[in-house]
Every structure is written in C-alpha cells, then in structure tokens.
Design a protein around this ligand. Structure first.
Ligand code: C2E
Ligand code: MN
Ligand code: MN
Length: 419
C-alpha cells in the first residue's frame, strides 16, 4: 500500500539557488533509497512537500522533518492511502513558486501553469492543495508568539482569594469555576460554572444520578447556586452557565427563574450567559428559538457550546446567531499542526467576525495551539494552559508574558480580529 502525505513548513534560514539545488540533490538520493517520490515547492520562506511511499517510509520521513530544527510551523495537510504514485515522474523535484509560471526545475518538463490549465491536476486533492499553495494559501502573516508563562499570584486583597471568604452552602449543587481569558489584555472576560457533585464528581455523574423526571428542573434550579457563588466571590465579569435546551423549554417560567436568581443575588442579568450545545439545540429548534428570544429580551446572553462537535453546526448558525461561539476542543487541540483544523478555525473566525459573534477557543492545553489561534484572530481562550476549573473557587491563571504581543505586526490577510 502507498501513502501520500503533504505538509507545509517554514524555513528557519534563507536558501540561495545553490543551497536549494544541494537540498534537492540530498533529498532525492535519500528518497530514492527509501523508494519515496514526491515534490517540493518553495516560495523563499515556506516549503510544501508531497511524499509518496510505503506508510512506514513516509511517516518516518515526516517524523524526521518534525524534529528537524531547520523546519518550523509544520502543518500536516493531507495523509491518505493512494492506489498508485501520482508523482512518480517527479522523483523529488523542486518547484520555486516565486516563479509560478516557471518549469519545474531539473525536469525540463511541463510548464506548471500550462499543466494546470490542461486540467489533469483537478483530478486529485493533492494537486488542488498544491494549487492553493501556489496561489498564496498556507502562509501565516505573523511570527509565532512565544509562550513564556507567568503564573499569577493572588494578592491578599484580591476578591478571588476564596480561602478568606465564607461561601454560601449550595441548595442544589456545587460548581467549579474556570476562567475564559483575553491574554492580550490579561483580562478575565468570564467564568464558566461547571456542575460538580459534593466531592467534585463530574457533570455527567451528577446529572446521571438525577431521575429523568427531575433532570430539567434540577438543571435549571442548580443555576441558582452558580449565580450565588459568582456573587459571593464578587466576580467582576460575565458568568457562563450550561443548560440543556430542554431545561429552558420544559420548565415553565425558566427565564423568569434565572432573572429572579440574578435579582436575589444582585447579579446583573446582562452579566449572565447561557451556553447551549448545538446538537441539542437543533433537535428542538422552534422551542429553543422561543426560549432564546426571551433570554435576549431580558438581557441574558447566549452561546453555542462545543461548536463543531455536533452534526448541524452550520445549519444552526444559518438560522440563529449567538452572542458567543465556543469552538469545541476536538477542533482546537492540535490546531497548530493540522491543516484541516486551521482551515476550519480560519473560516469560523471570519464568519464570526462578520456577524459580530465573539469566538472562544475551548480546551486549549498547549502553547503552540494558543499561539496559532491568537495569530489567526482568536482572542479568548479557555483551557488548562491558562487555568483549571476549581471547585467552589477560582484557580490562579498562567498568562503569557506580555512581550509576544509587542512584536506583532499587521493583522492577517483575512483581517479577522474578534474583539
Ligand atoms: P463544556 O461546557 O464544554 O465545559 C468544558 C469542559 O471542558 C469542562 O469539563 C472542563 O473541565 C473541560 N476543560 C476545560 N479546559 C480543558 C482543557 O484544557 N482540556 C480538557 N481536556 N478539558 C478541558 P466538565 O466540567 O467535565 O464538563 C463537561 C460537560 O458537562 C460540559 O462541557 C457541559 O456540556 C456539561 N455541563 C457542565 N455543567 C453543566 C450544567 O450545569 N448543566 C448541564 N446541563 N450540563 C453541564
Ligand atoms: Mn460549556
Ligand atoms: Mn464546551
């Protein structure tokens, strides 16, 4: 079986044409031994390489590239089985795309743009990815940001020093709070309240232990405790709570209940946000939309949670635009090295920018993913990289050093910068 793999990388050094010729020579002889074919494109800054061979040979070469300090910003664009080699004739030839119309070096062969017009390239994704690269995609306009973390130390007078506070005894449930942060301004924009059992059990186990008949009432009523907690901690930002869409619909007067709890705990309604998962929302769309209109009429904001994890994300967004959209961690995690994830995030950022929707990246665990996301126009983050959820309290936050932002240049070509 043959595997085809395409990656993009950024070179850490400049190459003269003699350097490039030498590189191609070395690569061609190594790849001949491994029986790997392919193509190398270079634009003076970025490489795009196609590798074709046995899965072991191709994956081994890719691993070597990933560990090679001369490559940075390595992004996997394609890895698929193929019936026959598509680039066998190319061996490992080089195309300098600074001269897009030029012949592929060393082949004396077909003119690249001429070949494109002939249409043969349209037959396979690999050639269309090459075409996208030749036409200017897969270049990042900004340097990667360095993480250089600074762990926050809460001062004695900080209201988040919960050890000094007497917290209200919960009526229904406990909550862990996790911040959503805006690293550029070192601000906490909101806290998400995550349901917990008495000993910190997961939301699934708490909700699972509630009988089906009581589920939606419990889900709604437990939010009284989340609001009471945020108020007791005197949090100076938005409080996000999770609700099943049916908890808004099956409980008559659900929105009134939330407003009463806000009033009771002196929490402004416009600092409450309800997170709904898209999958559940779409299955009860009319009822969901009715409840959302009532929330909005009372100033409570609405977020789509776990965007991209469900089935109908885009069709839901076509009919309903939330205040906030939280991109699911399965899309976020690994984004810095995954071409597919990058293309998805870029289009979500652009969509949300145009429609005034705030984007949050969820489940950010690695500095590389944060750096890529920040450069792509995502400004708000939730994840273990910054802070873990803390039961009935708030954990200190780890911030990037402020230096990385100083070196930033103009926005990316999309211009998409969510506020
Ligand atoms: P969610 O609303 O997407 O909440 C975020 C989940 O991701 C939380 O899990 C949080 O602990 C976890 N998380 C945060 N940062 C990271 C990270 O960097 N890496 C990883 N791997 N995970 C991270 P948790 O607390 O177990 O909650 C799971 C889900 O349970 C929530 O997902 C939400 O859908 C649901 N849930 C939580 N509280 C409630 C509630 O009061 N009512 C209802 N109906 N559902 C709730
Ligand atoms: Mn949530
Ligand atoms: Mn989520």
């Amino acid at each position: 079986m043959l595997t085809q793999l395409i990656y993009r990388s950024r070179s850490t050094r400049s190459f003269s044409s003699a350097d490039l010729a030498e590189l191609v020579r070395a690569m061609t002889s190594r790849n001949r031994q491994l029986r790997v074919n392919g193509l190398l494109l270079f634009d003076g800054d970025y490489f795009l390489q196609v590798l074709e061979g046995t899965p072991a040979a191709v994956d081994g070469l890719y691993r070597t590239v990933c560990q090679d300090p001369r490559h940075t910003q390595i992004v996997l664009l394609l890895r698929d089985p193929i019936p026959t080699s598509r680039f066998a004739d190319f061996r490992m030839n080089m195309l300098d795309v600074r001269d897009k119309a030029g012949a592929i070096s060393g082949m004396g062969g077909p003119n690249w743009s001429g070949s494109m017009e002939a249409g043969w390239h349209r037959s396979h994704r690999s050639e269309r990815i090459i075409e996208a690269f030749v036409c200017g995609r897969w270049r990042d306009a900004r340097p990667a940001l360095a993480w250089s973390p600074n762990a926050e130390v809460l001062q004695a007078g900080d209201p988040r020093r919960v050890d000094a506070l007497v917290l209200p005894e919960p009526e229904f449930a406990r909550f862990a709070l996790q911040p959503i942060v805006h690293p550029r301004s070192k601000c906490i924009t909101s806290f998400e309240a995550l349901l917990r059992g008495p000993a910190g059990e997961s939301p699934q186990s708490v909700l699972g232990a509630v009988g089906a008949a009581q589920l939606h009432a419990f889900d709604l009523h437990s939010k009284a405790d989340a609001i009471a907690l945020a108020s007791a901690l005197d949090l100076d930002c938005v409080l996000s709570v999770n609700l099943l869409p049916m908890s808004l619909v099956a409980n008559s007067g659900a929105v009134e209940f939330l407003l009463q709890q806000c009033a009771r705990h002196r929490w402004p309604a416009d600092r409450l946000l309800v997170e709904i998962t898209e999958e559940e929302a779409i299955t009860h769309f009319d009822a969901f939309l009715g409840a959302v209109q009532m929330l909005r009429a009372s100033g409570i904001q609405v977020a789509i949670d776990d965007f991209g994890a469900g089935h109908a994300g885009l069709s839901l967004l076509a009919d309903f635009q939330p205040d906030k959209l939280k991109i699911d961690k399965r899309i976020i995690q690994g984004v810095s090295a995954s071409g597919a994830r990058q293309a998805i995030v870029r289009s979500v950022v652009e969509f949300c920018y145009c429609l005034g929707i705030t984007v949050v990246a969820e489940g950010v665990e690695s500095a590389e993913d944060w750096s890529w996301l920040q450069s792509a126009g995502v400004d708000r983050f939730q994840g273990f990289l910054f802070a873990r959820p803390r039961l009935q309290g708030v954990a200190p936050i780890t911030w990037p050093s402020s230096d990385p932002f100083a070196s930033q240049v103009a926005p990316m070509a999309t211009g998409a910068l969510a506020a």
